[in-house]
Design a binder for this molecule. Structure first.
Ligand code: HOZ
Length: 411
Protein backbone atom coordinates (compact mmCIF):
# COMPACT_ATOMS: atom_id res chain seq x y z
CA UNK A 1 0.00 0.00 0.00
CA UNK A 2 1.36 3.47 -0.81
CA UNK A 3 2.84 4.81 2.43
CA UNK A 4 1.70 1.59 4.13
CA UNK A 5 -1.81 3.02 4.52
CA UNK A 6 -5.22 3.32 2.92
CA UNK A 7 -5.61 7.03 3.76
CA UNK A 8 -2.63 9.40 3.89
CA UNK A 9 -2.91 11.20 7.26
CA UNK A 10 -2.66 7.97 9.25
CA UNK A 11 0.83 7.37 7.81
CA UNK A 12 2.29 9.79 10.44
CA UNK A 13 4.47 11.45 7.77
CA UNK A 14 3.66 14.93 9.10
CA UNK A 15 5.25 13.96 12.40
CA UNK A 16 8.09 12.04 10.69
CA UNK A 17 6.90 8.73 12.09
CA UNK A 18 5.46 5.34 11.23
CA UNK A 19 1.78 4.43 11.25
CA UNK A 20 0.53 2.51 14.28
CA UNK A 21 -1.37 -0.70 13.56
CA UNK A 22 -4.32 -1.30 15.86
CA UNK A 23 -6.05 -4.55 16.67
CA UNK A 24 -8.90 -3.68 18.99
CA UNK A 25 -10.79 -0.87 20.66
CA UNK A 26 -13.29 -0.60 23.49
CA UNK A 27 -14.90 2.56 24.82
CA UNK A 28 -12.23 5.30 24.84
CA UNK A 29 -9.27 2.88 24.58
CA UNK A 30 -7.37 1.73 21.50
CA UNK A 31 -5.00 -1.27 21.64
CA UNK A 32 -2.17 -1.62 19.12
CA UNK A 33 -0.56 -4.80 17.78
CA UNK A 34 2.11 -4.62 20.52
CA UNK A 35 -0.56 -4.46 23.27
CA UNK A 36 0.07 -0.75 23.96
CA UNK A 37 -3.05 1.07 25.11
CA UNK A 38 -3.99 4.63 24.20
CA UNK A 39 -6.76 6.98 25.26
CA UNK A 40 -8.22 7.75 21.85
CA UNK A 41 -8.91 11.37 20.87
CA UNK A 42 -9.44 10.63 17.17
CA UNK A 43 -12.46 8.32 17.41
CA UNK A 44 -11.97 7.04 13.85
CA UNK A 45 -11.96 10.73 12.77
CA UNK A 46 -15.43 11.30 14.15
CA UNK A 47 -17.82 8.34 14.05
CA UNK A 48 -17.06 6.90 17.52
CA UNK A 49 -19.07 9.46 19.47
CA UNK A 50 -20.46 6.71 21.75
CA UNK A 51 -17.07 5.04 22.14
CA UNK A 52 -15.62 1.99 20.42
CA UNK A 53 -17.44 -1.36 20.32
CA UNK A 54 -20.58 0.13 21.79
CA UNK A 55 -22.78 -2.89 22.64
CA UNK A 56 -25.97 -1.28 21.30
CA UNK A 57 -24.37 -0.70 17.91
CA UNK A 58 -22.66 -4.11 17.84
CA UNK A 59 -25.97 -5.85 18.62
CA UNK A 60 -27.72 -3.96 15.82
CA UNK A 61 -25.00 -4.98 13.34
CA UNK A 62 -25.09 -8.61 14.53
CA UNK A 63 -28.87 -8.79 14.18
CA UNK A 64 -28.72 -7.45 10.63
CA UNK A 65 -25.76 -9.71 9.78
CA UNK A 66 -28.02 -12.74 10.22
CA UNK A 67 -30.47 -11.28 7.70
CA UNK A 68 -27.99 -10.55 4.94
CA UNK A 69 -25.29 -8.00 4.23
CA UNK A 70 -26.46 -6.32 1.03
CA UNK A 71 -29.49 -6.63 -1.23
CA UNK A 72 -28.87 -3.88 -3.78
CA UNK A 73 -32.53 -3.01 -3.30
CA UNK A 74 -34.56 -0.77 -0.98
CA UNK A 75 -34.98 -1.61 2.71
CA UNK A 76 -37.09 -0.01 5.41
CA UNK A 77 -33.84 0.57 7.32
CA UNK A 78 -32.96 3.30 4.81
CA UNK A 79 -36.29 5.04 5.44
CA UNK A 80 -35.84 4.76 9.20
CA UNK A 81 -32.36 6.30 9.13
CA UNK A 82 -33.46 9.01 6.68
CA UNK A 83 -36.39 9.93 8.96
CA UNK A 84 -34.15 10.11 12.02
CA UNK A 85 -31.70 12.36 10.19
CA UNK A 86 -34.49 14.57 8.87
CA UNK A 87 -36.01 14.89 12.34
CA UNK A 88 -32.79 16.51 13.57
CA UNK A 89 -31.64 18.27 10.38
CA UNK A 90 -34.91 19.60 8.90
CA UNK A 91 -33.17 21.43 6.02
CA UNK A 92 -32.66 17.93 4.56
CA UNK A 93 -36.23 17.65 3.27
CA UNK A 94 -35.13 14.75 1.07
CA UNK A 95 -31.90 12.83 1.25
CA UNK A 96 -30.00 10.04 -0.35
CA UNK A 97 -27.54 7.60 1.23
CA UNK A 98 -24.08 7.05 -0.24
CA UNK A 99 -20.95 5.29 1.01
CA UNK A 100 -18.59 8.07 2.10
CA UNK A 101 -18.33 11.77 2.81
CA UNK A 102 -16.43 12.21 -0.45
CA UNK A 103 -19.36 10.73 -2.38
CA UNK A 104 -21.76 13.01 -0.52
CA UNK A 105 -19.91 16.25 -1.35
CA UNK A 106 -19.23 15.10 -4.92
CA UNK A 107 -22.95 14.47 -5.40
CA UNK A 108 -23.81 17.88 -3.90
CA UNK A 109 -21.52 19.61 -6.40
CA UNK A 110 -22.98 17.76 -9.38
CA UNK A 111 -26.50 18.45 -8.17
CA UNK A 112 -25.75 22.14 -7.61
CA UNK A 113 -24.30 22.49 -11.11
CA UNK A 114 -27.13 20.54 -12.70
CA UNK A 115 -29.84 22.38 -10.78
CA UNK A 116 -28.51 25.92 -11.34
CA UNK A 117 -27.13 25.33 -14.83
CA UNK A 118 -23.96 27.11 -13.67
CA UNK A 119 -20.41 25.83 -13.37
CA UNK A 120 -18.30 27.73 -10.87
CA UNK A 121 -17.98 26.96 -7.21
CA UNK A 122 -16.37 28.69 -4.26
CA UNK A 123 -14.67 26.82 -1.45
CA UNK A 124 -12.47 28.03 1.38
CA UNK A 125 -8.76 27.48 1.79
CA UNK A 126 -8.07 24.77 4.35
CA UNK A 127 -11.57 23.30 4.14
CA UNK A 128 -11.39 19.69 2.96
CA UNK A 129 -14.40 18.10 1.33
CA UNK A 130 -13.02 14.69 0.45
CA UNK A 131 -10.88 13.84 -2.55
CA UNK A 132 -13.35 15.10 -5.15
CA UNK A 133 -11.68 16.51 -8.31
CA UNK A 134 -13.51 19.84 -8.10
CA UNK A 135 -12.77 20.21 -4.40
CA UNK A 136 -9.05 19.38 -4.21
CA UNK A 137 -8.15 23.03 -4.57
CA UNK A 138 -6.30 24.52 -1.60
CA UNK A 139 -7.74 21.72 0.51
CA UNK A 140 -6.98 20.97 4.15
CA UNK A 141 -6.44 17.63 5.96
CA UNK A 142 -3.88 15.35 4.26
CA UNK A 143 -3.39 17.79 1.37
CA UNK A 144 -2.07 20.38 3.84
CA UNK A 145 -0.42 17.83 6.10
CA UNK A 146 1.93 16.89 3.29
CA UNK A 147 2.18 20.38 1.77
CA UNK A 148 0.79 19.01 -1.49
CA UNK A 149 -0.14 21.44 -4.22
CA UNK A 150 -3.55 21.05 -5.79
CA UNK A 151 -3.43 17.43 -6.82
CA UNK A 152 -1.92 16.24 -10.10
CA UNK A 153 -4.61 14.28 -11.91
CA UNK A 154 -7.21 17.02 -11.53
CA UNK A 155 -7.62 18.56 -15.00
CA UNK A 156 -6.70 22.24 -15.04
CA UNK A 157 -9.92 23.01 -16.88
CA UNK A 158 -11.93 21.56 -13.99
CA UNK A 159 -9.82 23.12 -11.22
CA UNK A 160 -10.25 26.49 -12.96
CA UNK A 161 -13.94 26.34 -12.11
CA UNK A 162 -13.18 26.21 -8.37
CA UNK A 163 -12.29 29.43 -6.55
CA UNK A 164 -10.77 29.32 -3.10
CA UNK A 165 -11.18 32.20 -0.63
CA UNK A 166 -9.78 32.63 2.88
CA UNK A 167 -12.06 31.22 5.60
CA UNK A 168 -13.89 33.72 7.80
CA UNK A 169 -13.12 36.60 5.39
CA UNK A 170 -16.16 38.30 3.85
CA UNK A 171 -14.23 40.97 1.87
CA UNK A 172 -12.23 38.40 -0.12
CA UNK A 173 -15.40 36.46 -0.80
CA UNK A 174 -17.14 39.53 -2.21
CA UNK A 175 -14.15 40.29 -4.46
CA UNK A 176 -14.27 36.76 -5.90
CA UNK A 177 -18.03 36.94 -6.36
CA UNK A 178 -17.55 40.11 -8.43
CA UNK A 179 -15.04 38.30 -10.58
CA UNK A 180 -17.27 35.26 -11.10
CA UNK A 181 -20.38 37.21 -11.98
CA UNK A 182 -23.43 35.12 -12.74
CA UNK A 183 -21.80 31.72 -13.13
CA UNK A 184 -21.70 30.74 -9.43
CA UNK A 185 -23.35 27.33 -8.94
CA UNK A 186 -22.55 26.93 -5.25
CA UNK A 187 -20.54 27.86 -2.23
CA UNK A 188 -19.37 24.87 -0.20
CA UNK A 189 -18.07 25.28 3.33
CA UNK A 190 -17.34 23.36 6.50
CA UNK A 191 -19.37 25.62 8.81
CA UNK A 192 -17.23 24.31 11.64
CA UNK A 193 -13.91 23.43 10.04
CA UNK A 194 -12.17 20.26 11.19
CA UNK A 195 -9.60 19.77 8.46
CA UNK A 196 -7.29 22.70 9.19
CA UNK A 197 -7.35 21.85 12.84
CA UNK A 198 -10.58 22.88 14.55
CA UNK A 199 -11.84 26.34 13.54
CA UNK A 200 -15.46 27.36 14.01
CA UNK A 201 -16.86 29.65 11.31
CA UNK A 202 -17.75 33.14 12.48
CA UNK A 203 -21.53 33.69 12.54
CA UNK A 204 -21.31 36.84 10.41
CA UNK A 205 -19.19 35.03 7.83
CA UNK A 206 -21.61 32.09 7.55
CA UNK A 207 -24.60 34.44 7.38
CA UNK A 208 -22.86 36.35 4.58
CA UNK A 209 -22.56 33.10 2.62
CA UNK A 210 -26.31 32.58 2.90
CA UNK A 211 -26.99 36.15 1.72
CA UNK A 212 -24.58 35.94 -1.21
CA UNK A 213 -26.07 32.63 -2.39
CA UNK A 214 -29.61 34.03 -2.20
CA UNK A 215 -28.59 37.15 -4.11
CA UNK A 216 -26.89 35.20 -6.91
CA UNK A 217 -29.32 32.26 -7.16
CA UNK A 218 -26.55 29.94 -6.10
CA UNK A 219 -26.74 27.04 -3.67
CA UNK A 220 -25.19 27.03 -0.22
CA UNK A 221 -23.72 23.63 0.63
CA UNK A 222 -22.78 22.82 4.20
CA UNK A 223 -20.24 20.03 4.45
CA UNK A 224 -21.21 18.59 7.83
CA UNK A 225 -19.47 15.27 7.29
CA UNK A 226 -17.47 16.01 10.45
CA UNK A 227 -19.74 18.39 12.33
CA UNK A 228 -23.03 16.55 11.64
CA UNK A 229 -24.27 14.85 14.84
CA UNK A 230 -20.84 15.74 16.32
CA UNK A 231 -21.15 19.32 17.53
CA UNK A 232 -24.83 18.88 18.41
CA UNK A 233 -27.81 16.87 17.23
CA UNK A 234 -28.68 19.32 14.45
CA UNK A 235 -25.07 19.89 13.44
CA UNK A 236 -23.54 23.31 12.85
CA UNK A 237 -26.63 24.55 11.00
CA UNK A 238 -28.70 24.25 14.19
CA UNK A 239 -26.06 26.08 16.23
CA UNK A 240 -25.79 28.97 13.76
CA UNK A 241 -29.47 28.83 12.78
CA UNK A 242 -28.61 28.91 9.06
CA UNK A 243 -30.42 26.74 6.51
CA UNK A 244 -28.16 25.52 3.73
CA UNK A 245 -29.69 24.37 0.44
CA UNK A 246 -27.76 21.11 0.55
CA UNK A 247 -25.95 19.26 3.35
CA UNK A 248 -23.34 16.50 3.15
CA UNK A 249 -23.13 14.04 6.04
CA UNK A 250 -20.98 11.00 6.82
CA UNK A 251 -18.99 9.60 9.75
CA UNK A 252 -21.35 9.56 12.81
CA UNK A 253 -24.47 8.61 10.82
CA UNK A 254 -22.92 5.24 9.92
CA UNK A 255 -22.03 4.22 13.47
CA UNK A 256 -18.49 3.33 12.35
CA UNK A 257 -19.43 1.61 9.09
CA UNK A 258 -18.76 3.24 5.71
CA UNK A 259 -21.55 5.69 4.95
CA UNK A 260 -22.44 9.14 3.68
CA UNK A 261 -25.65 11.02 2.92
CA UNK A 262 -26.57 14.19 1.14
CA UNK A 263 -29.82 16.05 1.05
CA UNK A 264 -31.64 19.34 1.08
CA UNK A 265 -34.57 21.16 -0.45
CA UNK A 266 -37.07 18.84 -2.08
CA UNK A 267 -37.17 20.94 -5.26
CA UNK A 268 -33.42 20.43 -5.67
CA UNK A 269 -33.28 16.78 -4.64
CA UNK A 270 -36.10 15.90 -7.04
CA UNK A 271 -33.75 16.75 -9.91
CA UNK A 272 -31.88 13.51 -9.17
CA UNK A 273 -32.47 10.36 -11.22
CA UNK A 274 -34.91 8.65 -11.46
CA UNK A 275 -37.17 11.71 -10.86
CA UNK A 276 -34.90 14.14 -12.65
CA UNK A 277 -32.03 14.16 -15.13
CA UNK A 278 -29.04 14.46 -12.76
CA UNK A 279 -27.41 11.09 -12.34
CA UNK A 280 -26.11 9.61 -9.11
CA UNK A 281 -26.09 5.94 -8.02
CA UNK A 282 -24.33 3.28 -5.91
CA UNK A 283 -24.44 -0.52 -5.54
CA UNK A 284 -23.82 -0.44 -1.77
CA UNK A 285 -25.68 2.82 -1.09
CA UNK A 286 -27.99 2.38 1.89
CA UNK A 287 -26.14 -0.78 2.87
CA UNK A 288 -28.24 -2.56 5.52
CA UNK A 289 -25.35 -3.12 7.95
CA UNK A 290 -24.41 0.55 7.82
CA UNK A 291 -28.07 1.59 8.14
CA UNK A 292 -28.55 -0.68 11.18
CA UNK A 293 -25.42 0.72 12.84
CA UNK A 294 -26.46 4.30 12.04
CA UNK A 295 -29.98 3.84 13.39
CA UNK A 296 -28.68 2.32 16.64
CA UNK A 297 -26.15 5.12 17.07
CA UNK A 298 -28.48 8.02 16.27
CA UNK A 299 -31.33 6.62 18.39
CA UNK A 300 -28.99 6.35 21.36
CA UNK A 301 -27.42 9.75 20.68
CA UNK A 302 -30.83 11.43 20.55
CA UNK A 303 -31.86 9.77 23.84
CA UNK A 304 -28.60 10.65 25.61
CA UNK A 305 -27.94 14.06 24.05
CA UNK A 306 -24.40 14.02 25.50
CA UNK A 307 -23.15 17.17 23.77
CA UNK A 308 -22.90 19.39 26.85
CA UNK A 309 -20.95 16.81 28.79
CA UNK A 310 -18.73 16.07 25.77
CA UNK A 311 -17.87 19.75 25.48
CA UNK A 312 -17.30 20.00 29.23
CA UNK A 313 -14.93 17.02 29.17
CA UNK A 314 -12.79 18.25 26.26
CA UNK A 315 -12.77 21.82 27.64
CA UNK A 316 -11.61 20.52 31.02
CA UNK A 317 -8.79 18.54 29.42
CA UNK A 318 -7.77 21.37 27.12
CA UNK A 319 -7.85 24.15 29.72
CA UNK A 320 -5.73 21.96 32.00
CA UNK A 321 -3.30 21.52 29.10
CA UNK A 322 -3.32 25.25 28.37
CA UNK A 323 -2.54 26.10 32.02
CA UNK A 324 0.40 23.70 32.05
CA UNK A 325 1.68 25.09 28.73
CA UNK A 326 1.32 28.69 29.99
CA UNK A 327 3.29 27.82 33.13
CA UNK A 328 6.14 26.80 30.82
CA UNK A 329 5.75 29.89 28.63
CA UNK A 330 4.54 27.83 25.66
CA UNK A 331 1.95 29.50 23.40
CA UNK A 332 -1.17 27.33 23.23
CA UNK A 333 -4.73 27.98 22.10
CA UNK A 334 -7.75 25.71 22.11
CA UNK A 335 -11.50 25.55 21.36
CA UNK A 336 -14.29 22.95 21.74
CA UNK A 337 -17.87 22.57 20.53
CA UNK A 338 -19.90 19.48 21.48
CA UNK A 339 -17.79 16.41 20.75
CA UNK A 340 -15.13 18.20 18.65
CA UNK A 341 -12.13 20.17 19.85
CA UNK A 342 -8.78 21.44 18.70
CA UNK A 343 -5.50 22.90 19.88
CA UNK A 344 -2.70 24.89 18.30
CA UNK A 345 0.72 26.03 19.37
CA UNK A 346 -0.13 29.70 18.87
CA UNK A 347 -0.87 32.60 21.22
CA UNK A 348 -4.23 33.34 19.59
CA UNK A 349 -6.74 30.86 18.28
CA UNK A 350 -6.35 30.61 14.48
CA UNK A 351 -9.20 32.01 12.44
CA UNK A 352 -8.18 30.70 9.02
CA UNK A 353 -5.71 28.44 7.24
CA UNK A 354 -2.84 30.97 7.14
CA UNK A 355 -3.05 31.33 10.93
CA UNK A 356 -2.79 27.55 11.27
CA UNK A 357 0.27 27.43 9.02
CA UNK A 358 1.91 30.03 11.32
CA UNK A 359 1.32 27.91 14.46
CA UNK A 360 4.42 26.09 15.72
CA UNK A 361 5.11 22.77 13.93
CA UNK A 362 8.13 21.80 15.99
CA UNK A 363 6.27 22.13 19.28
CA UNK A 364 3.30 20.27 17.83
CA UNK A 365 5.44 17.36 16.78
CA UNK A 366 7.30 17.19 20.13
CA UNK A 367 4.09 17.34 22.12
CA UNK A 368 2.39 14.80 19.86
CA UNK A 369 5.11 12.20 20.54
CA UNK A 370 5.42 12.93 24.26
CA UNK A 371 1.64 12.50 24.55
CA UNK A 372 1.65 9.36 22.37
CA UNK A 373 4.44 7.77 24.42
CA UNK A 374 2.37 8.48 27.53
CA UNK A 375 -0.66 6.74 26.02
CA UNK A 376 -2.60 9.64 24.47
CA UNK A 377 -3.62 9.28 20.83
CA UNK A 378 -4.10 12.71 19.23
CA UNK A 379 -4.28 13.20 15.45
CA UNK A 380 -0.77 13.07 13.96
CA UNK A 381 -1.12 16.45 12.22
CA UNK A 382 -1.90 19.99 13.31
CA UNK A 383 -4.33 20.13 10.37
CA UNK A 384 -6.79 17.72 12.04
CA UNK A 385 -9.37 18.12 14.81
CA UNK A 386 -9.81 16.19 18.08
CA UNK A 387 -12.82 14.00 18.88
CA UNK A 388 -14.13 12.84 22.24
CA UNK A 389 -16.76 10.22 23.12
CA UNK A 390 -19.37 9.68 25.81
CA UNK A 391 -17.12 6.92 27.20
CA UNK A 392 -14.46 9.52 28.05
CA UNK A 393 -15.86 9.79 31.56
CA UNK A 394 -14.34 11.70 34.47
CA UNK A 395 -11.92 8.92 35.36
CA UNK A 396 -10.61 8.80 31.76
CA UNK A 397 -10.30 12.59 31.64
CA UNK A 398 -8.42 12.51 34.98
CA UNK A 399 -6.08 9.85 33.61
CA UNK A 400 -5.59 11.85 30.42
CA UNK A 401 -4.78 14.97 32.46
CA UNK A 402 -2.02 13.13 34.31
CA UNK A 403 -0.60 11.65 31.11
CA UNK A 404 -0.60 15.07 29.44
CA UNK A 405 1.02 16.61 32.50
CA UNK A 406 3.81 14.03 32.25
CA UNK A 407 4.13 14.70 28.52
CA UNK A 408 4.46 18.45 29.09
CA UNK A 409 7.06 17.96 31.83
CA UNK A 410 9.22 16.23 29.21
CA UNK A 411 8.78 18.98 26.62
N1 HOZ B 1 -9.01 12.88 6.02
C1 HOZ B 1 -9.47 12.32 7.25
C2 HOZ B 1 -9.56 13.33 8.34
N2 HOZ B 1 -9.57 14.66 7.96
C3 HOZ B 1 -8.60 11.22 7.70
C4 HOZ B 1 -9.08 9.96 7.19
C5 HOZ B 1 -8.27 8.75 7.65
O1 HOZ B 1 -7.05 8.73 7.52
O2 HOZ B 1 -8.87 7.82 8.10
Amino acid sequence: MPGGVNSPVRAFKNVDGQPIFFKSAKGPILVDEDENQYIDFIGSWGPMILGHSNPIILDAIKAQLELGTSYGAPTSLENTLAKIIKSQVPSMEKLRMVNSGTEATMSCIRLARGFTGKNKIIKFTGCYHGHVDSLLVKAGSGVSTFGLPDSPGVPQELAALTYSCPYNNIESLLEVINEIGDDLAAIIVEPIAGNMGFIPGEPKFLNALREVCDKHNSLLIFDEVMSGFRVGLGGAQAIYKIQPDLTALGKVIGGGLPVGAFGGKQSIMDQLAPLGPIYQAGTLSGNPLAMAAGIALLDTLIKKNPFNSLEKASSELMSHTKNLMSAKGIPFSTASIGGMFGFFFSEDLPNNFDDVVQSDDVLFKKFFYKALNNGIYFAPSKYEAGFISSTHDQSIIDQAKIKIEDAIKEL
